[in-house]
Every structure is written in structure tokens, then in C-alpha cells.
Design a protein around this ligand. Structure first.
Ligand code: AMP
Length: 557
């Protein structure tokens, strides 16, 4: 082999720090607080990251140690995003919404040595702290002096700001780190078995965030202001903070104020250009903005994913508020962005936007990013063609796709042969544009044929009176399974099950029409804000699902 003669420059997060310090020191990070907002420049943040690096050393954090965070999206959490991997340790972002038993399991499994916690979350962590023995220190993060009573709730707790003060100023000598070294750890919000750790390397984080800067992906640039609503404990906030550190986009962080009202206010005052979050948060924001005449016009390029993004949601945002939402697909195991859906025609083209085709294309999950390879695998292990019709389980491989779970042989079958079996069922067209039909465990098989719950939900949610819709399989003697559609109606709406059937009739195949609806108050959500169909299925089998109305299946199957 004739070896290429190019430098072996390591892909590590130190380069992100360098970009922030030397290329974009004036970019800003703004955090929403109970008192208003607090802003720091990237230059100032780098100085604090240096102090934090020294403080981590003083706490005895060594190479490869896991450092937990129990925090919302804010400046201090971002400082940890940078400092922890750059000293050679592993940033472990804990999901603050998990049940206590899950957190006890995850902290013990990861063997976190130190946990950094927001002062607003100390009361949530305190009961868990009593059940874990691996943690040597807790560090409480908050503005001003931390109340001693708050500190006393966690064994040996220290104040973040005191630590930084004591650490002194000046540059820190960061160790050199191999690009394959672990940088971050995030446990999946999986619904079965124990949570599983996905261990990102410096290299995978660097490549993923670089790819997300492409205009066919997130397209983040130095002129953007990114509002990061997706939690920093959900797959590294989809890589947005890392990408911003590379390109110098401003960051706007909502801390714990995730309701539509504070978000709307923050958007009006901070004028972000990009926002990333799951569809349920976008839907809440849309309702609030419609009712309160909120100016969302600064948002021109939003990223949405985590579950299928309803067509109608994208359409309403674009047509009523000029806000463009683009869909991404991925999972914690894929860092998370694997595909991105950019419009087939220029979004400015009003004629194109009036076409159903345009919105059908926008509602797809998009094409794989460069370096991500994708295939669809059928029931018998055969590769399915990309013909727009054939469905199979999505398998992916690439440099930011997990190769195994951290210290956990269960689930190893997902990684057979160097491909990750994602558990998502989809078809793809001739241009590899993906359309998810279901999560494998959510599929509905009626009379031997698949019904896409994702597409049914999409169509039901296109009804102006429907706020949320989740379709689950109901056991059926004749057809094995039939779709049952759980809906949440707009307040005051009197729309009936039969009217919903009539709304669906021209939109889906006859045999897809649900024979039963359940009018519920809210679709239960997971810890990262997705529809939790597991809870709905449990209610159905326990016969506690409220508001059920049969419409019969006559003439449709
Ligand atoms: P998580 O690891 O919690 O991010 O969950 C990953 C799962 O979310 C994927 O396997 C999909 O089932 C689902 N998901 C993510 N993005 C999308 C999307 N755009 N459309 C449909 N499902 C999605």
C-alpha cells in the first residue's frame, strides 16, 4: 500500500474548544432563568471551561471516569459538555425525567464518580443519592450562593461556582486524547428491559456534528441562533450544542421553562433562527402562538424528530407563521441524526407548497446523511428494494452509529454483521428517501397486511379538531388485529367517531379505517416527550381505556 501523506489530526472535542476560543469568541449563549436571561460569550465560556477542567482534576476525576449530569439545558451544562470530554473523562447525561429505579440502575451501571446537578433538581436527585454508592461527589449548579440547606440534601455536596472560583484563572493544559476514546454516554429511553448505554467517541461526536452543519442537514452556520429545546440528556441534544461550537452559531437555552408560554416569549425576545425539539412541543407552541398572536417569524429552519412529524403540523407552522420545520430521523444509537428531510422544491415556491405531493415529500423522514449507509431488511432476512412500496426493518452503519451497548451483552443481536438493526419499519423510494411506517413493536397486522399507524395518525391529526392521535392494535378474532385510534380533541369540539371515519375515508385504504376510537384527555408521553403507546396498550388490555366508541368494521375489511 502506498500510504497517503496527510496529517493524522485527531478528531476530538478540543477542536471545538479551539473554535469557540479562537474563531468565534463573540458568539453567545443565552440561558432563560427565573429572573430573565443570562448571556455569556463563547470566549467567556472557554475561560470557565478551563476553570472547570482544573476543578475536575481537583475532584480527582481521572481518564475515562464517568461524570454524570442531572441538568436542564443551560450554560453550565454546556460547560460540562466541553470540559468533561476534554480532560479525558466521559460526560454521562442523566435523563431527569426517569423513574427513581431506572436512575439508580443507570448511575450504578455507568459507575458515575461525580454528578453535577441543577439546584432546581436537587430534590429529585436527593432520594436517589441515598441508593447509589459509586458517586464520590455531588456538585450543585445555580446562580448566586447555593442555600446550605439545599447542599445538605446531597452527601458532601459542593457548589459549582465556588469550585470554579477556587480553580483559579488561566489556560488549562488539556491532555491529548485518542479520537476513539469515549467522550459521552447516554442511556436509551427504550421501553423494554434495562436501559442501555450508548458510548459516543470523540471521533463520532466530531463527525456527526460536522455533518449536521451541511445545508442538506441541519444547516447550522455562524449567522444562526439555535434554540435548543430538545433536552441535553436526549442524545446530546441531537448534536446541536457541539455543532454550534464548531460553526459559532449562538445558542439559546430554555433551562426548565419548556411550556409554550415561556418558549414563545423567549422566541419573541431572542429571535432564534433554528429550534430543535419533538413534535409534541412544536404542537403545544403552535396552539399557543395561534391563540396569542405570537411572532415566530425569526424561526426559518427548525429540526423536528424523535417521532413522526405530522404533515399538518409542518403545514400549519409554515402557512400561518412562516416557520419551516424539517424532519430528521434517528435514535440515541445513531448519535442521533441518520437521515434528514429537505424539501424537494425551494420552500419559497408557493405553487409547490400548494401541492399535496410537496407535503407528502416533506412528511418523509428523508435521505441518509453522508457516511450513513442504510438498507431495509425483510422478515426472512432478505434485502428489500428501494421502490417506494416494499417495507423492511431499517439497518444502518456508519462512523457515528453504535457498534455495541456499554457493558451490556443483551441486545447484541441488534449489531450483528456490522449493521445496527433499528427496530423501525420503513419503505424507501428510488432515491433512498425514507418513510417510516412503524416502530416494529407498534405495527398493526390486519388480515395478514400491515397498517401503518404512523400514516393513520398523520391523517387523523390533519383533522382541524384533533390535537393528538395515537393508533394501537386491538386484538380481533377475525383479522388478528384492527386499528384502534386514541384521539384528543380540541376543547369544545363535538366531532364524532363517525365524522372522523368520514374524514379518513378519502385519505387511506378502506381496510385501514379504524373500527374503534377512544376519546381520551391526553396521549401519555415518555420521558423525552414522545407518545407512549405502551401505556395505551396496557390500558386497553386492562380495560381502563376511557372514551371508547365502536364504529364497526362493516364494509371496510
Ligand atoms: P430515541 O433513541 O429515544 O431517540 O428513540 C429513537 C426512536 O424514535 C427511533 O427508533 C424511531 O422509532 C423514533 N423516531 C425518531 N425520529 C423519528 C421520525 N422522524 N419519524 C418516526 N419515528 C422517529
Amino acid at each position: 500500500m502506498l500510504e497517503g501523506l496527510m496529517q493524522d489530526y485527531p478528531l476530538t472535542l478540543h477542536h471545538m474548544l479551539h473554535r469557540m476560543r479562537d474563531v468565534h469568541p463573540d458568539s453567545k449563549l443565552t440561558t432563560l432563568t427565573a429572573q430573565g436571561t443570562r448571556t455569556a460569550s463563547f470566549g467567556e465560556i472557554c475561560e470557565r471551561v478551563d476553570r472547570l477542567a482544573r476543578a475536575l482534576r481537583a475532584l480527582g476525576v481521572a481518564d475515562a471516569d464517568r461524570v454524570g449530569t442531572f441538568a436542564w439545558n443551560n450554560q453550565r451544562h454546556f460547560e460540562l459538555y466541553m470540559a468533561v470530554p476534554c480532560v479525558g473523562a466521559v460526560l454521562h447525561t442523566l435523563n431527569v425525567r426517569l423513574f427513581a429505579e431506572q436512575l439508580v440502575y443507570i448511575i450504578g451501571h455507568a459507575q458515575d464518580r461525580v454528578i453535577f446537578v441543577d439546584d432546581s433538581l436537587v430534590d429529585v436527585l436527593a432520594p436517589i443519592a441515598a441508593q447509589v454508592s459509586c458517586v464520590r461527589n455531588y456538585v450543585v449548579m445555580g446562580d448566586g450562593e447555593i442555600d446550605p440547606q439545599t447542599l445538605a440534601k446531597l452527601p458532601g455536596a459542593l457548589s459549582y461556582e465556588h469550585l470554579l472560583e477556587q480553580a483559579g484563572e488561566g489556560p488549562f493544559e488539556y491532555p491529548s486524547v485518542d479520537e476513539r476514546q469515549a467522550a459521552a454516554l447516554c442511556y436509551t429511553s427504550g421501553t423494554t428491559g434495562n436501559p442501555k448505554g450508548v458510548l459516543y467517541s470523540h471521533r463520532s461526536v466530531c463527525l456527526h456534528s460536522t455533518a449536521s452543519l451541511m445545508s442538506d442537514a441541519l444547516g447550522l452556520s455562524s449567522t444562526d441562533r439555535a434554540l435548543v429545546v430538545v433536552p441535553m440528556f436526549h442524545a446530546n441534544a441531537w448534536g446541536i450544542p457541539h455543532a454550534a461550537s464548531l460553526c459559532g452559531a449562538d445558542l439559546v437555552m430554555p433551562d426548565r421553562f419548556l411550556q409554550a408560554q415561556p418558549l414563545a416569549k423567549l422566541i419573541e425576545s431572542e429571535r432564534p433562527t433554528i429550534m430543535g425539539c419533538v413534535p409534541t412541543i412544536f404542537a403545544d407552541l403552535l396552539r399557543y402562538a395561534d391563540q396569542n398572536d405570537v411572532d415566530l417569524s425569526s424561526l426559518t429552519n427548525c429540526a423536528c424528530g424523535g417521532s413522526a412529524v405530522p404533515r399538518q403540523l409542518m403545514k400549519d407552522f409554515q402557512q400561518r407563521h412562516g416557520v419551516r420545520i424539517y424532519q430528521a430521523w434517528g435514535m440515541t444509537e445513531t448519535s442521533p441524526v441518520a437521515t434528514y428531510s429537505r424539501p424537494p422544491a425551494p420552500p419559497e415556491d408557493a405553487e409547490a407548497q400548494a401541492q399535496d405531493d410537496y407535503w407528502d415529500a416533506r412528511a418523509r423522514q428523508g435521505t441518509p446523511l453522508p457516511w450513513v449507509q442504510m438498507r431495509l431488511v425483510g422478515d426472512n432476512g432478505q434485502q428489500m428494494p428501494f421502490d417506494g412500496l416494499s417495507t423492511g426493518e431499517i439497518e444502518v452503519r456508519g462512523p457515528w452509529i453504535a457498534a455495541a451497548y456499554y457493558n451490556d451483552p443483551t441486545g447484541a443481536e441488534k449489531f450483528d454483521g456490522g449493521w445496527l438493526a433499528t427496530g423501525d419499519i420503513a419503505c424507501a423510494d428510488e432515491r433512498a428517501s425514507l418513510q417510516i411506517t412503524d416502530r416494529a413493536k407498534d405495527v398493526i397486522k390486519s388480515g395478514g397486511e400491515w397498517i401503518s399507524s404512523v400514516e393513520l395518525e398523520n391523517q387523523v391529526m390533519a383533522h382541524p379538531d384533533v390535537i393528538e392521535a395515537a393508533v394501537i392494535a386491538k386484538p380481533d378474532q377475525k383479522w388478528a388485529e384492527r386499528p384502534l385510534c386514541c384521539v384528543v380533541l380540541r376543547e369544545g369540539s363535538t366531532v364524532s367517531a363517525q365524522q372522523l371515519v368520514e374524514h379518513l375515508r378519502p385519505r387511506v385504504a378502506k381496510w385501514w379505517l379504524p373500527d374503534e376510537f377512544a376519546f381520551i384527555e391526553e396521549v401519555p408521553k415518555t420521558s423525552v416527550g414522545k407518545f407512549d403507546k405502551k401505556v395505551l396498550r396496557a390500558r386497553l388490555s386492562e380495560d381502563t381505556l376511557q372514551g371508547r366508541v365502536q364504529v364497526g368494521s362493516e364494509g371496510r375489511v
